[in-house]
Design a protein around this ligand. Structure first.
Ligand code: PRP
Length: 181
């Protein structure tokens, strides 16, 4: 079972639900009167996106983009590739990019530049987890669920080698799982 590979739970389902609700309230206030388009950066953010959008009370649109940067290892390669682009134009729209984790900042630095060039009215970034100690690019999120230490976190959409995304909580992976890779 997946549980056996988890050292400890970092954020329970309840903690995640509460924090996602708070983020949505902030977004409801900040974007009042607008009709934002929420862009989920696949695949890691799909569960966060699903919960966040249901707590947002504004009229909004959703769209999806997929990028790959990590391969199956534990560190970012610095290479970003768009594997699925948006379905609709964002020109003149208020964009909220929804990410599961902001780590080195490579992915978002690339992505925000690319989205900015499409002339949206505004772009905001919402990340569930932020690992500021790992940052190599000057990227800051407008909304952060939780700041985390440099730990190997999985669950609630976050994977290790494509596993663990379906855990309902966020946990720390036992080092034996990725040691010797
Ligand atoms: C994760 C995450 C971000 C990126 C953050 O995606 O969803 O997109 O890494 O890392 P960075 O700040 O160092 O660029 P990942 O490449 O693991 O793909 P996934 O979403 O499909 O799991």
């Amino acid at each position: 079972m997946l549980e056996q590979d988890i050292e400890r739970v970092l954020f329970t389902e309840e903690a995640l639900r509460a924090r996602v609700g708070e983020l949505a309230q902030q977004i409801n206030r900040d974007l009042a009167g607008k009709e934002p388009v929420l862009i989920s950066v696949l695949r890691g953010s799909f569960i966060f996106m699903a919960d966040l959008v249901r707590a947002i009370e504004l009229p909004c649109r959703v769209d999806f983009m997929a990028v790959s940067s990590y391969g199956s290892g534990t560190t970012s390669s610095g290479q970003v590739k768009i594997t699925k682009d948006l379905s609709e134009s964002i020109e003149g729209r208020d964009v909220l990019v929804v990410e599961d984790i902001l780590d080195s900042g490579n992915t978002l630095s690339y992505l925000l530049k690319l989205l900015q060039a499409r002339r949206p009215a505004s772009i905001r970034l919402c990340t569930l987890l932020d690992k500021p100690s790992r940052r190599t690019k000057p990227i800051q999120a407008d909304y952060v669920g939780f700041q985390v230490e440099d730990l190997f976190v999985v669950g609630y959409g976050l994977d290790y080698a494509e596993r663990y995304r379906n855990l309902p909580y966020i946990g720390i992976l036992k080092p034996r799982v990725y040691e010797g890779e």
